[in-house]
Ligand binder design. Structure first.
Ligand code: AAO
Length: 722
């Protein structure tokens, strides 16, 4: 955390002065003036960032003032040695290095030595200037800043307001010192003042001023370099997040894994050991707020909220917060499944208890731990007509007490909960049961949310990522399109089509519909769609989709479907990670005290203790790497028959599927340079050798490939053997 705080502090200082898309200087509020629409939101004069922006602007102006007013002196080629360590963070290594974690650690060291070096640089300047006026002691300044940052970190306080307050205290001091120095150099640079001093002293002063220039230039370039080394923050300045469709993956990462029912401590470890190193983009956690303790401990108890306290079978708020930080350090974003359409349903007894020990009486609509009472719910009626939007939105889904989101108190509670999660560093939300909420109410709720905080490496003022559950198979009163202006929507048709094709019930050629070009007019717009082969509902017959849906139990077909979902260019992909189940209500693996069991791991990396861990399957892990590698390339050279479907991703990758029960041998155009490639589905390149099938690509980019029944072959440049 320490490094995050300090890096971001530096970023805020420098962004104002240095980055493209930012201008120093007067704007409506006297602080930032940005060329990106990103920054227009939530910017009120009372915002602490506003105050900071004014100060950073002052500092930026002061630095420019110093530079402008100095006599024209040649810049020294070698920066002050201590400071140069700080001034040379390897920005490229953050993007390309597979070990984000070690980069973060080296960022900590760099920033920490950078603060020391900045202090030394200031001291050096101060000591060398002749007749130094009383600038204030920058050494104290840096020490106190670092101490306060340490305190924040030690107390595990991750409240951005607190951090911003610290910066508010620090930056005026920096501004004051900088301005004093600027004024001093201005007078020192005045030629009249130089007339009466001896050439020896003049030379001495020149040397000292030169040293100061060098110090400033090092400070500004160091800050700029640290900021440049931040993934995402700079690169995504131009994103239009008003559509709330940016998952904020770190560079060269993608795919959201739903670690269904996992405990927070286990998720944190999985981020560090598997999701981070395998370059997954993010993790979705099951609902984390207090919910009904059901007698059978069915998984679906999580969808019956009792309060918004963070305490669940997965752990406490402290554990959750710790998990978010650890995943972040591993380069993995966190998204929370949020249930705000309703509260718990009446049970056979009263009161009912929640996972944090709160009581509730759903029949009387009493949820005192929030507190909600009958005035906060819709009138009593059951959803029984999906062709009637009012019935779908204002009545109860399976007798779950239906909250009225047009009520301002209800919205306030929901917004409070979501903003709290934003404070903890989450990147966004899976919004449950959106079909059952009015888009206009959701808009008010979403518009009231805080921006995600730059303290967690988000672009300044960016909006949280929102993906909404609206099951739309095309035949009901409520349509998914009503929600695409608000955020991303889960495209449930994907599950059916991909399931039917790889289940062998539809021609392989139909896969074209699941590419960006082929989807036009059929599926939701690609930029507003989230896709997946199965989710926690339809993999067990809940929700919609029935027998069409594939899950981990049909392994060869399932691998094909997931590989396709990760190889195509449509939508944002999510990977399901399940526990083994034999009946559709069965909860996660638990011990005799009903505590969720942690997954165990076999020598080959697969999960034990009842966990399936599809995300660890080698085929799926490697397809994430494929997806990241081909990102941004066109999907072209589609070659399809009733049984097979192949395409290129630019000249970087090629994939082919056989959804039939026959072995098929055929020549395909792979678009790849000539050579031997390791198929990353059957094996991988290890120490220069392929552990799976080797495919020969000829000088024309063609290859003869034999596909076993229900199989997929994937090649890409990094799997080139020779
Ligand atoms: C549990 C018990 C219930 C009990 C209830 C209250 O299972 O027996 O009545 O408690 O005591 C989950 C479980 C539920 C569970 C609930 C609360 O799945 O079984 O109820 O927790 O503990 C609808 C919603 C959709 C929802 C889905 C399950 O629209 O939002 O049902 N999914 C989310 C979550 C889910 C959760 C909840 C919501 C509730 O992902 O885990 O429920 O928080 C049609 C509609 C769909 C509708 C389905 C099912 O689908 O289109 O919108 O989903 O019906 O009712 C064809 C059609 C297709 C149709 C389908 C089924 O395929 O093409 O459109 O048939 O008719």
């Amino acid at each position: 955390m320490k490094q995050l705080l300090i890096i971001v502090c530096c970023t805020l200082v420098v962004t104002n002065a240095q980055f493209p898309g930012f201008n120093i200087g007067p704007s409506g509020f006297g602080g930032f003036s940005f060329s990106s629409p990103l920054f227009n939101s939530s910017f009120t004069p009372s915002n602490p960032l506003d105050r900071i922006s004014k100060l950073t602007s002052t500092i930026g102006n002061a630095v420019n003032n110093v530079q402008r007013n100095l006599p024209r002196l040649p810049q020294l080629p070698n920066p002050i040695s201590a400071f140069s360590r700080f001034a040379r963070p390897s920005s490229s290594s953050v993007n390309s290095n597979s070990n984000f974690n070690s980069n973060q650690n080296s960022n900590v060291n760099r920033v920490s030595s950078g603060v020391d070096a900045a202090r030394n640089a200031f001291n050096e300047i101060m000591n060398r200037l002749p007749g130094v006026p009383n600038f204030g002691n920058p050494s104290d300044l840096f020490n106190s800043f670092r101490d306060s940052m340490n305190n924040i970190t030690d107390q595990r306080a991750v409240n951005p307001d607190q951090i911003l307050n610290q910066m508010n205290q620090f930056l005026p001091e920096v501004a004051r010192v900088m301005n004093n120095i600027a004024n001093y150099t201005k007078s020192a640079a005045n030629t009249d003042a130089w007339r009466n001093i001896s050439s020896a002293i003049r030379q001495q002063m020149q040397d000292r001023i030169q040293s100061m220039v060098r110090g400033f230039s090092n400070i500004t370039s160091a800050i700029r370099n640290v900021a440049n080394s931040l993934p995402n923050l700079v690169a995504n300045q131009a994103l239009n997040t008003t559509l709330r469709n940016q998952p904020f993956f770190f560079p060269n990462r993608s795919g959201i894994v739903h670690l269904f029912e996992w405990k927070f401590d286990d998720i944190a470890e999985e981020c560090e050991k598997v999701l981070g190193p395998n370059r997954y983009g993010g993790v979705q956690v099951s609902p984390i707020n207090e919910y009904l303790v059901s007698s059978s401990r069915a998984w679906w108890e999580r969808y019956q909220p009792v309060s918004y306290e963070i305490k669940s079978r997965s752990g406490t708020e402290r554990q959750f917060s710790d998990m978010v930080q650890r995943c972040l350090k591993a380069g993995v974003r966190v998204y929370v499944d949020v249930v705000v359409n309703h509260m718990a349903a009446p049970g056979s007894s009263t009161p009912l208890y929640g996972t944090a020990g709160s009581t509730c009486d759903p029949l009387a609509r009493e949820f005192p731990a929030v507190p909600f009472n009958a005035s906060h719910f819709h009138a009593d009626c059951l959803i029984d007509d999906y062709n009637n939007a009012t019935n779908v939105r204002d009545c109860e889904l399976g007798s779950l007490a239906d909250l009225d989101q047009s009520n301002s108190f209800v919205r306030e509670k929901i917004v409070g909960y979501l903003n709290h999660l934003i404070d903890l560093g989450v990147a966004g939300f899976r919004m449950d049961a959106c079909k059952h909420m009015d888009p206009e109410d959701l808009k008010i709720i979403y518009d009231s949310l805080k921006p995600v905080s730059p303290l967690y490496f988000y672009p300044p003022f960016a909006r949280p990522f929102i993906y909404q559950e609206v099951i739309d198979l095309g035949s009901e009163a409520v349509s998914a399109k009503e929600y695409t202006d608000l955020g991303v929507v889960m495209e449930f048709q994907w599950c059916l089509v991909v399931g039917d094709i790889f289940g062998g019930n539809l021609s392989a050629a139909a896969l074209e519909m699941l590419t960006k070009n082929g989807s036009t007019g059929v599926l939701l717009p690609s930029s507003q769609a989230l896709v997946f082969v199965d989710n926690h509902d339809n993999q067990r017959g809940h929700g919609a989709g029935g027998a069409s849906i594939l899950n981990y139990k049909q392994k060869p077909q399932y691998i094909q479907a997931v590989a396709f979902t990760l190889a195509t260019d449509y939508g944002i992909a999510r990977v399901m990670s399940s526990y083994d189940f034999s009946n559709s209500d069965q909860g996660p693996p638990e011990d005799s005290l009903q505590i969720i069991k942690s997954p165990g791991f076999a020598a080959d990396g697969s999960c034990t203790n009842g966990w399936v861990c599809e995300h660890r399957w080698p085929e799926i892990r490697r397809m994430i790497l494929f997806k990241n590698y081909v990102d941004g390339t066109p999907l072209d050279h589609i070659q399809s028959t009733n049984e097979t479907f192949a395409f290129c991703r630019g000249e970087k990758g090629f994939i082919v599927f056989n959804n039939s029960e026959d072995t098929i041998t055929q020549v395909y155009h792979t678009c790849l340079p000539q050579g031997q490639y390791c198929d990353i589905i059957s094996g991988e390149l290890s120490k220069g050798a392929c552990t799976g099938t080797v495919i020969n690509v000829d000088a024309n980019g063609d290859a003869q490939i034999t596909l076993a029944k229900n199989s997929v072959v994937a090649l890409y440049i990094p799997s080139k053997v020779v």
